[in-house]
Design a protein around this ligand. Structure first.
Ligand SMILES: [Zn+2]
Length: 321
């Protein structure tokens, strides 16, 4: 039975799973590891009784050739790290490293909200903000990761995790909102409560400051989305993922749609469908497994990913199912 171990390595959380024939079995969740050794240790613990073809890591950062992390604003401990080689040496099993939004889009195209569209945009808002564009033609599908979180829409604005100022992520990511709420409310946030949950609960109670906060964040997200949509007229649908976007969707939606309506250049985008991902939080696992098997397809005796033939896996091409 084909089975791959997958890791969704985000800015604040690591989740491990086994993926078999499109089914995800969660194994473990913890805070993001601070080193390769810690990641390998978590993988070893989770996989000690599992029989796997290999390991696929979906990482919130720019990755290259299915092998290494070039840069990750929220996982800087892995910047420039040849993660696949190090995991292979430690675990003795093939490993593929893929951008998490490439993975999410592969999964949406195979199993989720993008199975029947020519082109779609996957957008995540969690600790950080990320995105990818999915395109399908008669003979291939392509997944192009992009960095909507690091569009500079407010030059001179707040410092971003990437070190620049005024990025979308610095203003409206879940991580930015958490930091802002901690600074604003400090001890009023109950011990152990995620500040985003504090915001959610205040919004549910109808407290004006929380409704206003969500409205401002939704507007900023809508600006980012409109700019992404302006790149490609054929995008038919937006798929939302990420803890902050999913939990806050009902409060964010109105202002997000208004910003898109006012700033999208293509008429067909002004009322574009925005669908919460039905695969979340498993989309990155499913997509990582797809990337793993497609990377190994036809390479008997080798685990060098086919996607290694291109410059970065920000552009991941593959045959249709
Ligand atoms: Zn940035």
């Amino acid at each position: 039975m084909s089975q791959v171990a997958t890791a969704d390595l985000g800015g604040s959380k690591l989740s491990l799973a086994l993926v078999t024939s499109g089914l995800v079995v969660p194994l473990h969740r913890s805070r993001s590891p601070q080193s390769v050794e810690q990641l390998v240790c978590e993988l070893q613990k989770a996989l000690r009784f599992a029989d796997c073809d290999g390991v696929a890591l979906a990482v919130a950062g720019i990755t290259r050739n299915g092998r290494e992390v070039i840069e990750s604003p929220n996982l800087s401990q892995f910047n420039g790290v040849p993660l696949a080689s190090l995991v292979e040496q430690s675990l003795g099993t093939p490993c593929v490293v893929v951008n998490d939004m490439v993975a999410a889009a592969l999964a949406e195209g195979e199993y989720g909200e993008l199975t029947s569209v020519k082109a779609g945009l996957v957008f995540t808002n969690s600790t950080g903000i990320g995105g990818s564009i999915f395109m399908r033609t008669r003979c291939e599908r392509r997944t192009l990761a992009c960095e909507p979180g690091h569009m500079v829409l407010w030059p001179g604005g707040p410092v971003c995790s990437c070190g620049r100022r005024g990025c979308v992520e610095a203003v409206c990511s879940g991580g930015a909102v958490r930091r802002e709420l901690e600074a604003q409310f400090g001890g009023r946030i109950p011990a152990g409560m995620d500040p985003s949950q504090f915001l959610d609960e205040a919004a549910v109670r109808g407290e004006p400051w929380a409704i206003q906060k969500y409205s401002e964040i939704g507007w900023a997200m809508g600006l980012a989305l409109a700019n992404c949509l302006n790149l490609h007229s054929e995008i038919e649908r937006i798929v939302l993922t990420g803890t902050f976007a999913m939990r806050g969707d009902s409060f964010l939606r109105t202002s997000t749609q208004r910003a898109i309506r006012e700033h999208a250049m293509f008429v067909n985008h002004r009322s574009i469908a925005i669908e919460p991902s039905k695969l979340w939080p498993n989309g990155a696992h499913l997509g990582a497994a797809i990337a793993f098997y497609e990377g190994n397809k036809g390479s008997e005796g080798s685990h060098i990913p086919a996607i290694g033939s291109i410059e970065t896996d920000y552009l991941c091409a593959s045959s249709p199912p």
